[in-house]
Write a protein that binds this ligand. Structure first.
Ligand SMILES: [Zn+2]
Ligand SMILES: [Zn+2]
Ligand SMILES: [Zn+2]
Length: 289
């Protein structure tokens, strides 16, 4: 977005103090007692534009263009110096290294979320979530395959009919899990982020759905532990939930309370809902007996 020169309408780059079109100085002194808005930082200068972030009137010298191509005041610009997450540097680092470094950052330094860039495309967020689901899918697929190829031997020990479980079923199951696992993870991420976003919006969050989706995807880094036998499946959800509170709070720049509500309201409601359906089902069945 560009600002037009007040004299010749030539577009001005935020931060320039003279117009590139007519060469006039853009630092105009305010006439005392006039109704024209003055700069929030230089009360004696006329304002040239309003900051897209905080709404402060700013003079030519106090305006900047930020990474999102918005015209902002110098104070908002200074506050916005977001560091890119390793995941945003995939081209330099390579996808796997970028993913691994982000996983480590999310798991061990979730307090750094407020310094990270909040925006990112839906596709790259989902790719991150899908990569986090791959190790669990591999372990899950392998254990199914192992189980299914073991079953015929168990059955054949007492009964020589080996055809009870076809030999292709194990590998087929592995392939199916390797395809379905990441797909389900992507679908689950979109649905959960959508529901969480509604709650966050009720809490007064102004940033868009892509920010929630990005935060939700990054908070799945601890799901990597789901591949660790025995303890993994218990540790991963808890760690993931903690990371999500940090992620929602950091990327939405909101309070702990709103972030916590964003993480917990939907899972708790769905638990109550499922529990309710389950209970009423038991009651109905009980009534028939
Ligand atoms: Zn001009
Ligand atoms: Zn100023
Ligand atoms: Zn501002």
């Amino acid at each position: 977005m560009n600002i037009p020169c007040p004299y010749c309408q030539h577009p001005i780059t935020p931060g320039a103090t003279t117009c590139p079109g007519c060469g006039t100085s853009l630092l105009r002194e305010a006439t005392p007692q006039s109704a024209e808005p003055t700069c929030g930082y230089h009360p004696r200068r006329l304002s040239l534009a309003i900051c897209d972030r905080c709404g402060t009137f700013a003079c030519a010298e106090c305006l900047r263009l930020n990474s999102r191509q918005e015209v902002v005041c110098q104070r908002c610009h200074a506050l916005e110096q977001d560091t890119p997450l390793p995941w945003d540097l995939r081209e330099e680092l390579g996808t796997f290294t970028a993913w691994w470094k982000t996983v480590v950052a999310v798991m061990f330094h979730p307090d750094t979320f407020p310094t990270f860039r909040p925006e990112g495309s839906a596709g790259e967020s989902l790719l991150f979530a899908v990569l986090c689901a791959v190790p669990t899918s591999i372990v899950g697929g392998l254990s199914y395959m192992g189980f299914l190829s073991f079953v015929p031997y168990l059955l054949s020990s007492g009964n020589p009919s080996r055809d009870s479980v076809p030999s292709w079923l194990g590998p087929a199951m592995f392939v199916a899990i390797m395809i379905l696992g990441p797909l389900l993870s992507a679908a689950y991420t979109v649905i959960q982020a959508g529901l969480d976003h509604l709650v966050l919006k009720m809490g007064g969050v102004t940033r868009g759905f892509q920010v929630t989706l990005r935060a939700n995807a990054f908070s799945q880094a601890p799901w990597l532990l789901g591949a660790v036998p025995c303890i993994g499946p218990y540790v991963a959800p808890v760690w993931g939930l903690v990371a999500r509170v940090f992620a929602y709070r950091g990327l939405h720049r909101t309070s702990w309370g709103v972030a916590l509500a964003g993480c917990l309201v939907t899972p708790l409601l769905s638990c109550c809902l499922c529990g309710g359906i389950y209970l009423s089902l038991i009651r109905t069945l009980g009534g028939f007996n």
